[in-house]
Structures are given as structure tokens and as C-alpha cells.
Design a protein around this ligand. Structure first.
Ligand code: ADP
Ligand code: AMP
Length: 245
């Protein structure tokens, strides 16, 4: 069903309205969940997120997707973020903290959220916890997509995405029905500009130096679940389900 402030309900087909109503009724019985997905680029966070989102009626907030949309739209935020993103460096903490602060207030995040690619530094983690403390909430679980670096090059260089929805494919591991075309919308898929062997090196360096301390930060709080992210996607989904019981 179309979403957005300007939808005229009279124009929405009854079947779509009923489906949405049923979805919301089912969601009302689900527990609230505030989750962080942490792992290096290509570890499978974006692949698992839609499954978790549907199961628990959460919103999926992927800072990388949000920043890429801002770069494509040439907004002031996008202009500030582009240079660092092209090089595989992290953008400034203030920029991403601002995006998340806004986003978690959305109505779609009412039952909780999946943070995918955020927090990526200890400062971001501390700011997030401050934000949540103000709302009287906290992070329930951090899913650590643990994987050996050696596996990531093939995953990253074979990745194709549908930019509008964030749907992810892989030439070998998750091919679309028609090469280069999104299964759902029929629109073209693209490869990310930073999904190259060269830029992956900087992204992995940032992950080990700046993001791994975030795992230690949440381990001390006792909320980290370890996943074997090198396993096939459906096996990772089962591990996620067990971690969220
Ligand atoms: P991330 O969001 O962590 O950067 P993605 O979910 O986009 O990673 O996955 C990176 C690539 O690897 C995608 O092309 C995806 O289809 C593929 N992929 C994801 N999970 C697996 C898996 N468990 N096994 C093999 N390939 C996978
Ligand atoms: P991703 O889609 O998660 O691989 O992110 C793509 C790029 O966006 C990263 O290489 C960073 O340049 C930037 N980015 C995404 N999330 C963050 C974050 N939480 N902090 C800083 N930079 C980020």
C-alpha cells in the first residue's frame, strides 16, 4: 500500500486497507524491540533486516541508505557526507547522530527499531544511549554479525541493490530472477560506488578501528548476541530468531 502524508484513503483499494489493518492488529501483540545490527560491510545486516522488521513490526533505519539518498538528492547533508563516503571513511558523528535522533521519532518506529550501520563509533553509542534514556528506553539487543574479513570481498563485489527499497541481491548467493532487475518493482538494480576492492579496504579498517569498540561497549552492558554470519542466509535468520526469543 502507498504510504505518505498525502494518501487519500478513498483512493486506497479496500483489500490494501484490510491487509494493513490486519498487519497493525497483529503488530499490537508483539513486544517492543530496540535492536542494533553490527558487523563489517557485507556481513549480511541489510539482508536480515527486512525479515526482522516484518516479524516484529519495527522500523529499519540504515544510516548508509539514508546518507546515500541524501547524496543522490544533493541535500546539504548529502554534500557534507559524500567525500568521506566515497573514500570509505566514516562521516562525522554529529551528522549521523542528528539523522537517527530525527528518525527514531517516526510513527513507524513506535514498536521499536533496527539500527543497521549505527552506532559505528563509541561516541555515537554514547549519544544514542543518552537519546534513549531521555525517552525512558534502552537498547534491548545488539546482534553481532561476526565474520572473517576474507569472506567479504566476494560478497561486496557481487552485491547489487535496489536503491529505493534497499533490497539487496548477489550475483552468486542471491541472484534476482532477471539479472540487473529488482524482483518486486521491475526497476533496474545498481552496484554501489563504494563496493570496490579498494574502498572495501578503508571500510574494513574503519570497522576494526572505530566500530569494534562499540561491540565491547555493549558487551559490558550484557546485551550482545554473537552470530556466525559466514553461514548461508537462511541459517543466519534462524540464529537471529533464537537470539531474539
Ligand atoms: P551489509 O548490509 O552487512 O553490508 P548485505 O546484507 O548487503 O550486507 O550483504 C552483502 C552481500 O552479501 C549482498 O549481496 C547479499 O546478497 C550477500 N549476502 C548476505 N548474507 C549472505 C550470506 N549469509 N551468505 C552469502 N551471501 C550473503
Ligand atoms: P553502509 O551502507 O552501512 O556500508 O555505509 C556506507 C557509508 O556511509 C560508510 O562507509 C560511511 O561513510 C557512511 N556511514 C554510514 N553509517 C555511518 C555511521 N553510523 N557513522 C559514520 N558514517 C556512516
Amino acid at each position: 500500500m502507498a504510504s505518505g502524508a498525502n494518501v487519500v484513503l478513498d483512493d486506497v483499494p479496500s483489500l490494501d486497507l484490510m491487509t494493513e489493518l490486519l498487519r497493525r492488529m497483529k503488530c499490537a501483540s508483539k513486544p517492543d524491540k530496540r535492536l542494533i545490527l553490527i558487523g563489517p560491510p557485507g556481513s549480511g545486516k541489510g539482508t536480515q533486516s527486512p525479515i526482522i522488521k516484518d516479524e516484529y513490526c519495527l522500523c529499519h533505519l540504515a544510516t548508509g541508505d539514508m546518507l546515500r539518498a541524501a547524496v543522490a538528492a544533493k541535500t546539504p547533508l548529502g554534500i557534507k557526507a559524500k567525500e568521506a563516503m566515497d573514500k570509505g571513511d566514516l562521516v562525522s558523528d554529529d551528522l549521523v547522530v542528528g539523522i537517527i535522533d530525527e528518525a527514531i521519532k517516526r510513527p513507524s518506529c513506535q514498536k521499536g527499531f533496527i539500527l543497521d550501520g549505527f552506532p559505528r563509533t563509541s561516541i555515537q553509542a554514547e549519544k544514542l544511549d543518552e537519546m534513549l534514556a531521555k525517552q525512558g528506553t534502552k537498547i534491548d539487543k545488539v546482534l553481532n554479525f561476526a565474520i572473517d574479513d576474507a569472506i567479504l570481498e566476494e560478497r561486496i563485489t557481487g552485491r547489487w541493490i535496489h536503491p529505493l527499497s534497499g533490497r539487496t541481491y548477489h550475483t552468486k548467493f542471491a541472484p534476482p530472477k532477471v539479472p540487473g532487475i529488482d524482483d518486486v518493482s521491475g526497476e533496474p538494480l545498481i552496484q554501489r560506488k563504494d563496493d570496490t576492492v579498494e574502498v572495501l579496504k578503508s571500510r574494513l579498517e574503519s570497522f576494526h578501528r572505530q566500530t569494534e569498540p562499540v561491540i565491547d561497549y555493549y558487551t559490558k552492558k550484557g546485551v550482545v548476541a554473537q552470530l556466525h554470519a559466514e553461514k548461508p542466509p537462511n541459517e543466519v535468520t534462524i540464529q537471529v530468531q533464537k537470539a531474539l526469543l
